[in-house]
Ligand binder design. Structure first.
Ligand code: AMP
Length: 190
């Protein structure tokens, strides 16, 4: 059983890589951003709340996000393991995830981080915005706010996992296949 946190700033390629990794390793992929977008599309109460933060490029409050993540994990009791994509994004979320894994007599095996420099991130997200339909990809100011939010609140999680000997950085620039190979090399050794 492997539980992996796929980490990196917005536009690092987490979603793309998670889609192929989940097939290779038979893991359940949970993207908190995708769950929020699903709720927005279906006009749920959670969606309305999340949208007010997402459209500005800010993080949704921890309590709301953690409750949602717990429910997603609960839906997959028999899972072989999980790829967490876009979660945790704060130290409070990381603690909640550790507790949740503990309750399931499991643990996070690794945080695998895609490393990409900021200007490439902005370029990629603007490009993605042409077809993704995501309002938060359509505007450079919002994109830059998402990256700032990452440095303010999320980047510190590297240290959290480093202290536990669970942090692995991977060069996130290259073709999808090249990056997939780099990630697989790390995951195979877990
Ligand atoms: P993503 O799809 O991962 O780029 O997330 C899109 C947006 O959803 C983020 O900019 C946040 O507003 C919100 N979001 C996704 N995951 C989280 C999280 N773990 N904590 C707080 N907000 C989140």
């Amino acid at each position: 059983m492997k539980n992996i946190v796929l980490f990196g700033p917005p536009g690092a390629g987490k979603g793309t890589q998670a889609e192929i990794l989940k097939k290779k390793y038979q893991l359940v992929h949970i993207s908190t951003g995708d769950v929020f977008r699903y709720n927005i599309k279906n006009a749920t109460e959670l969606g309305t709340l999340a949208k007010s933060y997402m459209d500005r490029g800010n993080l949704v409050p921890d309590e709301v996000t953690i409750n949602m993540l717990n429910a997603e994990v609960e839906k997959n009791v028999g899972a072989n393991g999980f790829i967490f994509d876009g979660f945790p994004r704060t130290p409070v979320q990381a603690e909640a995830l550790a507790k949740l894994m503990d309750e399931r007599e499991s643990q996070i095996n690794a945080m695998v981080a895609l490393e990409v420099n900021d200007e490439i991130l902005v370029e990629r997200l603007l490009e993605r915005g042409k077809s993704s339909g995501r309002p938060d990809d359509a505007n450079e100011e919002v994109i830059r706010e998402r990256i700032s939010e990452y440095y303010r609140k999320t980047d510190i999680l590297k240290e959290y996992y480093q202290k536990q000997g669970k942090y692995f950085g991977v060069d996130g620039v290259g073709s999808i296949e090249e990056i997939f190979e780099r990630l697989s090399e790390v995951i195979n050794k877990l």
